[in-house]
Design a protein around this ligand. Structure first.
Ligand code: ADP
Ligand code: MG
Length: 250
């Protein structure tokens, strides 16, 4: 391996924005020399490496953007602990046909039954299948919408939400929101309607959402859009957190 021509090749690769290949070039050349492979095989190895690294980095970036609160997959969800969801339904959810058809999914139930875990698990599954996913809590979403005009960070976040294939809104209606906030929320849902799937989690049933939203007209319009194509999944049982909590005394 000639060091100066190696350095020159690396520089050329970098200037062509093939940064990953530039870094890996010494290794790939060494392997090629050792295995006495053909020129074409060498070139294929180099290009395959660049492609693989780009895909990995792209996935990392999409994972970061998705802003999941934790990384828990559907495989880590124990169906035996959550009798309300059958294996058959879980498999149907995993297939992501609902996402293709822009169905919304609503997970309802008391705290600790696995609503957020399932939402994140489905989000991860969608992300690995190539969809753009965004996770946000209702509280954070309202805050982001309210500061859209003045905050660059909020603008970036909302841009990603509006471009996503799947938006997960966690803990819907946890707190009562005022008229202006309800309006902003409605407009966002309206933008997403027909463009993306939404997963909502809430410990309140849709009929109670109205009380928290205040305005009956907005509530009707909102429910209309969210429930038009939606699967409502009621989760119940005891809190998994409480059942498996760790304690100090034993
Ligand atoms: P919720 O959003 O309904 O309040 P979470 O999804 O946050 O509940 O679940 C609370 C904790 O319990 C999480 O750490 C979650 O991973 C775990 N958990 C809940 N249900 C299950 C389950 N069926 N299998 C495995 N872990 C579960
Ligand atoms: Mg939750």
């Amino acid at each position: 391996m000639n060091p100066s021509s190696l350095a020159k090749s690396q520089e050329l690769l970098r200037s062509l924005r093939l940064k990953e290949s530039a870094e890996q070039l010494p290794v790939i050349v060494k392997e090629a020399e050792e295995s006495e492979c053909s020129y074409l095989t060498f070139l294929t190895h180099l290009l395959e490496y660049e492609k693989k690294r780009r895909e990995e980095k792209q996935l990392e970036k999409r994972l970061k953007w998705a802003a999941f609160p934790f990384h828990k997959t559907l495989d880590e969800f124990d169906l035996k602990e959550q009798q309300s969801l059958s294996k058959k339904h879980m498999n149907q959810l995993k297939e992501m046909i609902w996402l293709e058809q822009m169905y919304n999914i609503i997970f309802l139930g008391p705290p600790g039954v696995g609503k957020t875990h399932l939402a994140v698990g489905l989000g991860l599954e969608a992300l690995y299948q190539g969809y753009k996913v965004m996770f946000i809590t209702m509280g954070e979403l309202i805050q982001t919408l309210k500061t859209e005009e003045i905050s660059r960070k909020s603008q970036t976040k909302l841009k990603r939400i509006r471009k996503a294939d799947l938006v997960i809104i966690d803990d819907l209606m946890f707190m009562a929101i005022n008229q202006n906030e309800a309006n902003l929320f409605f407009h966002l849902i309206n933008d997403l309607y027909n463009n993306a799937s939404i997963i909502l989690t809430s410990n309140k049933a849709p009929k109670e959402w109205g009380e928290l939203l205040g305005d009956p007209a907005i509530t009707t319009a909102l429910l209309d859009r969210i429930l038009h194509r939606a699967e409502i999944i009621h989760l119940n049982g005891d809190s998994y957190r409480m059942k498996y909590r760790s304690t100090i005394f034993n």
